[in-house]
Write a protein that binds this ligand. Structure first.
Ligand SMILES: N[C@@H](CCC(=O)N[C@@H](CS)C(=O)NCC(=O)O)C(=O)O
Length: 311
């Protein structure tokens, strides 16, 4: 499926903007933050992911909206725009007269593009993690996926084997459901994947830390918030949600200050502080508990912490 605005209309609607999304999805949060910052009205359509209870992304109805079975999808006058980084650029282009969050200097736009690309989730998240910080976030969320999927009915996961176009994603959740946090202590690839995601993300975060230190401005591109900040906000929020912030940010004071500026923005609050899904609440609590007590994830966590400090 090509990215960007499609020619076909997937829905007849009088709503200019419709967002198919999920409150827990990192890419969805990025687009919601952008819509809120631009002050655009949109119809919100929540779509369940398996970790929030069922494979609504792989339902017949939703596959007509997105044959790739992922969220978010933004509709403009009924026409879909695929890929969250394309969606935020599209929103910006359409909204220049409403609010200018585009840097005025071409050189600044290049800086913005660089940081948007670096934070995007592009293609298979198990690949290109050295290029895209967004691709590190899938595996980095594996422990939380494991604690969430415990509360999801096995039958719902099995339905995905039939209807989901990306079967390998379904199989990963099936393994998480069966093995629980033990997936990180067996000779399976998950511990290694988590470790390499941490190491790669840590490098991206050092780049951001150095950039913010050199830049000496509150935002990635100068004195105003831009799409680059909107895109990074979702990644930094995910680190906090999974409880990885001490491990990855304790030696990065500029990012810490930067994040404290982001979370007080109204648009951030509207995009991120929406009703938390009960499965997410339980998953976050269980993960916190597992990290504090002796469990396969505690061991791995300590190993990763040591590796990060050595690298
Ligand atoms: N590159 C895509 C990634 C979309 C994506 O993978 N979304 C995840 C949620 S963050 C999803 O819909 N997963 C559903 C599934 O794999 O079943 C984008 O930026 O929009």
């Amino acid at each position: 499926m090509p990215s960007g605005l499609q020619n076909n209309q997937v829905e007849e609607t009088s709503d200019e903007w419709v967002l198919y999304h999920n409150n827990f999805s990192l890419c969805s949060r990025k687009v919601r933050f952008c819509l809120e910052e631009l002050g655009l009205d949109y119809r919100s359509e929540q779509i369940d992911l398996i970790e929030t209870g069922k494979y609504e992304v792989a339902s017949k109805k939703y596959l007509k909206i997105n044959p790739n079975a992922t969220v978010p999808v933004l509709l403009h006058q009924g026409r879909p725009i695929y890929e969250s980084h394309e969606q935020i650029y599209y929103l910006l282009k359409q909204s220049l007269d409403k609010k200018n969050i585009l840097p005025s200097e071409p050189s600044e736009s290049l800086v913005m593009d660089y940081w948007i690309e670096k934070s995007s989730l592009v293609g298979n998240p198990l690949e290109n993690q050295d290029k895209y910080a967004g691709n590190c976030c899938g595996p980095l969320t594996f422990p939380l996926f494991v604690t969430m999927i415990k509360y999801v009915n096995l039958k719902e996961i099995l339905k995905g084997l039939k209807s989901h176009p990306m079967k390998e994603r379904v199989i990963i959740f099936l393994i998480f459901k069966i093995l629980g946090l033990k997936v990180f202590s067996r000779p399976l690839p998950f511990a290694k994947l988590l470790q390499s995601s941490f190491l790669n993300l840590n490098k991206h975060l050092y780049d951001l830390e150095n950039h913010l230190e050199d830049q000496k401005t509150p935002w990635i591109v100068g004195t105003d918030l831009s799409l680059a900040d909107i895109s990074w906000a979702a990644i930094l929020h995910r680190l906090h949600e999974c409880g990885w912030e001490n491990m990855l940010l304790s030696d990065k004071p500029y990012i810490k200050e930067y994040y404290s500026n982001l979370i007080i923005k109204d648009a951030f609050k509207k995009a991120f502080d929406n009703p938390t899904h009960p499965i997410l609440l339980k998953g976050v609590e269980d993960l916190k508990h597992a990290l504090k007590n002796k469990s396969p994830i505690t061991e791995l966590h300590n190993k990763i912490r040591n590796n990060l400090h050595e690298s």
